[in-house]
Design a protein around this ligand. Structure first.
Ligand code: NFS
Ligand code: SF4
Length: 665
């Protein structure tokens, strides 16, 4: 094996590296091998291939790529590049929003009593959402309110005119920009369909006009699909608060039945969480020779059950094959999104059962046990039993890796607000003040996938370390969080050691880690809510645009990440993606996304493969925003005037109803 094939280079994670090296000896293939073998198509990679009609595919390369190069229909390179990009946004928006639609249906079925296994658990959150939607809730039965909330949100999918309900949650000034440039989203489905329509053969050919529709679609994702999904998941399963758990492959137990939930949807996984602790089921596992049932997660289904129940995570996207290779997984059940079909074939080399459970997704070679919200418990029991029944088939084959790290997750925006002032006076004042005083230089959302085309999770780790060293507070989601978790960065102890002095002081005073795990990828909507709250709190920007805040997805691979990047850009956040640019073939399109969007919305979308440059650009954006807001110049270790921060003791006093000390910096 050459150096290129060494496990260490393929993943930055030592535990993953061990399994990859073992797989090489065993001649088992992983996504890392396939990524090496299958170089990206250089034409498609930069967005220069059009296949929306059968006069093509038209590949605008070589001679074709000169200034006048056009497809058979006459479409220019910039048109083709923009069109391809808008289709990525539409794809990503569909994924989040179709997931959200199912969440709304589950809420409705729970409220009407049709889905007997689901109940409204967080009434406070339900009332909050009802309040936003203008639904009367006082003195009414909880389920009636739930039904109305579900029906109102459902209208946002098929809405033909007007605006999405949640548009009104954005700061007024941000909404004004959307109106001015015509990107206020109408219905979620409508925006996706219009994007698909405008990018078919012979419709919209103006790159800027196309990308504007792309942004409108992305906003329907962020302030629609994603936000709806986070809200309803909170209503049904509880709003997260900090919880301890563990990450990496060492979460699997040699002497227990190991079952993984993988994918994105929380509904069935929530019921599985209940079923695995059912004493009768535990007895059944014992009857098969296991000491108990151990539930773990992967990707975003993992994030959902981690946030609410502390279920451990085996990590993000590129860990899915490696998890099976531990030889310890008795069953892995998958719903939708980011599931490599490769796991079905791979599982045949082990005893692992791959069980698909969504009506929408089947994989050849997997067992299908279809989930229906009306009989969720039965489905969950069948799956757990299958895992238990498979335990006796476990062989010794596998790379039994035992590394694991403790972590803290569960930072909902509600909790972040609470920890800055207790349940009586929660606010974003301390955070805004810390930013104003220069203790915290800025905030970065570190999100998105991990990717076998780079030393996987390595870019996340590098940026996480460097940013907190530079006093930048990190909010993380999705596989970005998993990358930090499997690196051991999600405990206050580890991260505080790395953090710059100002950030460290603030985190110690409030009692938070410098990297806050906010949840799954739909929970990026929580970042929008936090940014909105910071704008409302005052002292920084009055809109999301202009905040010393940046979004980074250094290892992205999914269309969903593109949709997310674009909704942040349209909401006013400069965003930097790693990897090669999918719009790299057109300077015109790149300029629209970095310059024109910034002028209009104060947000932008860059593609930059070099992690050092990503870091430099992020800090440059943050410092420029600080300058524009006339905030104190950031200097490491030097802060504004000393004032009293709210510490844990003071917060407890407030919770008891005591006086609130002067808070601020
Ligand atoms: Ni987000 Fe979460 Fe991970 Fe990427 Fe996939 S699991 S939804 S798309 S790979 S971060
Ligand atoms: Fe080629 Fe135009 Fe057809 Fe695209 S739409 S494949 S550029 S002819």
């Amino acid at each position: 094996m050459s150096d290129v094939h060494s496990g260490i280079k393929k993943s930055a994670d030592a535990a993953a590296g061990k399994i990859i090296s073992w797989a090489e000896i065993e001649k088992l293939e992983t996504c890392f091998d396939r990524a090496n073998r299958l170089k990206p198509c250089p034409i498609g990679e930069t967005g220069a291939c059009c296949r929306v009609c059968h006069m093509g595919p038209c590949r605008l390369v070589g001679k074709n790529a000169e200034e006048e190069a056009v497809g058979v229909c006459g479409a220019s390179l910039s048109t083709i590049v923009a069109r391809n990009f808008v289709r990525m946004i539409a794809g990503g928006t569909s994924a989040h929003s179709d997931h959200a639609r199912d969440m709304v249906h589950t809420l409705h079925a729970a409220a009407t009593g049709e889905a007997k296994d689901f109940h409204i658990r967080d009434v406070k959150k339900l009332y909050k959402v009802a309040g936003i939607l203008g639904i009367e809730f006082e003195g009414r039965a909880v389920n009636d309110v739930g039904k109305d909330v579900a029906e109102t949100l459902l209208q946002d999918f098929g809405r033909q005119g007007g605006e999405l309900n949640y548009v009104r949650r954005a700061p007024g000034k941000t909404q004004e920009r959307w109106k001015k440039y015509g990107i206020t989203p109408r219905g979620i489905d409508r925006e996706v369909v219009e994007s698909m329509h405008r990018t078919t053969m012979g419709v919209d050919h103006d790159p800027d006009h196309l990308l504007t529709q792309g942004l409108r679609t992305a906003l329907a994702d962020g302030w629609g699909g994603c936000m709806v999904s986070s809200d309803i998941t909170d209503i049904l399963f509880g709003t997260p608060k900090p919880v301890k758990a563990e990450a990496s492959f060492g979460i699997f137990k040699e002497d227990e039945v190991n079952l993984i939930v993988h994918g994105h949807e929380p509904t069935l996984a929530e019921i599985i969480v209940e079923v695995v602790s059912d004493p009768a089921m535990v007895e059944y596992a014992k009857s098969k020779g296991a000491k108990g049932i151990n539930l773990g997660g992967m990707c975003c289904t993992a994030n959902e059950v981690l946030m609410r129940h502390g279920i451990p995570t085996a990590g993000g996207f590129t860990n899915q094959e490696l998890g099976i290779m531990t030889g310890l997984v008795d069953a892995i059940t998958v719903d939708v999104q980011c599931i490599m079909p490769a796991i079905a074939k791979l599982s045949k080399k082990f005893h692992t059962k791959v069980i698909t459970n969504s009506k929408k997704a089947m994989i050849p070679g997997a067992v299908h046990v279809e989930y229906d919200e009306h009989s969720a418990r039965e489905t969950a029991e069948t799956i757990v039993r299958m895992a238990i029944d498979n335990f006796p088939n476990r062989t010794t084959k596998g790379s039994h890796v035992t590394d694991k790290f403790p972590l803290i997750a569960g930072f909902s925006h509600e909790y972040i607000e609470y920890m800055q002032g207790g349940s009586w006076r929660g606010s974003f004042r301390p955070l805004n003040d810390a930013i104003m005083a220069g203790r915290i230089r800025g905030v970065v959302g570190l999100a998105g996938c991990d990717n076998p085309r780079v030393p996987s999770t390595g870019l996340h780790r590098f940026l996480a370390e460097e940013l907190i060293k530079n006093d930048v507070l990190i909010v993380s989601t999705g596989c970005g969080s998993a990358a930090c978790g499997t690196a051991g960065y999600l405990t206050p102890e580890t991260a505080l050691e790395m953090a710059g002095p100002g950030l460290r002081e603030v985190c110690e005073a409030i009692g938070i880690p410098p990297i806050l795990h906010l949840g799954s990828c739909v929970d990026n909507s929580r970042i929008l809510t936090i940014a909105t709250a910071m704008a409302a709190e005052g002292g920084l920007s009055e809109e999301i645009g202009g905040m010393p805040a940046v979004g980074i997805a250094p290892e992205w691979m999914s269309e969903k990440a593109i949709a997310i990047g674009c909704y942040f850009a349209a909401s006013g956040v400069p965003v930097i993606f790693g990897g090669h640019s999918p719009v790299g073939a057109s300077k015109e399109v790149e300029d629209i996304m970095t310059k024109v969007w910034f002028d209009r919305f104060m947000g932008s979308l860059h593609f930059e493969p070099d992690p050092e440059k990503i870091l430099a650009l992020a800090l440059q954006y943050i410092d420029a925003a600080r300058d524009a807001l006339k905030l104190r110049k950031y200097e490491p270790g030097k802060f504004g005037a000393e004032r009293v921060l709210l510490d844990m003791a003071a917060r407890r006093e407030i919770d008891k109803g005591g006086a609130r000390p002067h808070v601020g910096l």
